[in-house]
Design a protein around this ligand. Structure first.
Ligand SMILES: Cc1cc2nc3c(=O)[nH]c(=O)nc-3n(C[C@H](O)[C@H](O)[C@H](O)COP(=O)(O)OP(=O)(O)OC[C@H]3O[C@@H](n4cnc5c(N)ncnc54)[C@H](O)[C@@H]3O)c2cc1C
Length: 186
């Protein structure tokens, strides 16, 4: 990871993906992204030694990617700004004015990062249950019977799941069903 400019113009577009046109296949964007990726690999090789010839897959993301996928302002990857008036209890709480609606994640009081969102999730679950789960966990207590979470099936592949392949398959099936229905009707 590295710090990069957030302005869309730096990535070859006039506006971010929330309001702007599609950018992913634009030459300016692709070359800016490739240049950044190259520089990161160069720096990594200075620290770790040459390894490029062993790379089998490489992917990189820019602030535009982050904005497109999470709708975060200016491509921020860490949620709400960590300004003095927007940290900890000054953020929106876990419980909301709507009964049964709770907020979790990087924008909640627990903050961003894996540890922050895990701690926040625990605090939110505690509020749902009316228990202090965070203290129970810190004391090493088991708070969930292990059989409550079903095991992953034998075909579960975390890599394929993360890539959304299962979702793409389901969408393709849906398209086929719709096409068949249309053919039946027409
Ligand atoms: C490049 C990068 C590197 C990072 N490295 C680190 C690190 O080394 N250590 C660290 O502690 N933190 C790191 N972070 C920060 C950390 O990943 C985040 O703070 C954390 O994942 C935020 O958790 P979250 O649950 O709020 O959101 P996410 O992890 O983004 O989870 C939100 C989930 O909701 C899903 N979703 C979105 N919309 C919908 C919808 N409409 N319906 C259903 N599901 C939906 C998304 O697919 C996603 O799975 C990194 C972040 C980035 C971007």
């Amino acid at each position: 990871m590295t710090l990069v400019p957030l302005e869309p113009a730096m990535w070859g577009v006039d506006e971010g993906p929330t309001t702007g046109p599609k950018y992913r296949r634009r030459d300016d964007y692709r070359s800016a992204k490739a240049a950044l990726q190259d520089r990161l690999l160069e720096r990594a090789e200075i620290a770790l030694g040459p390894f490029r010839d062993r790379i089998v897959y490489v992917e990189s993301a820019t602030p535009l990617t982050q904005e497109r996928y999470t709708r975060s302002t200016a491509g921020s990857s860490y949620g709400l700004a960590h300004a003095p008036d927007a940290v900890g209890p000054l953020r929106p709480g876990y419980a909301t004015e709507i009964p049964g609606l709770f907020l979790v994640g990087a924008n909640a009081p627990g903050g961003h990062g894996i540890a922050g969102v895990m701690a926040g999730g625990l605090a939110a679950a505690g509020q749902v249950l009316g228990e202090d789960l965070s203290s129970s966990v810190m004391e090493g207590q088991r708070v969930l019977a292990s059989d409550v979470v079903p095991p992953d099936g034998p075909d579960f592949d975390p890599y394929e799941t993360a890539r959304g392949v299962a979702m793409m398959d389901r969408r393709a099936e849906g398209r086929e069903r719709r096409a068949a229905r249309k053919a039946d009707l027409g």
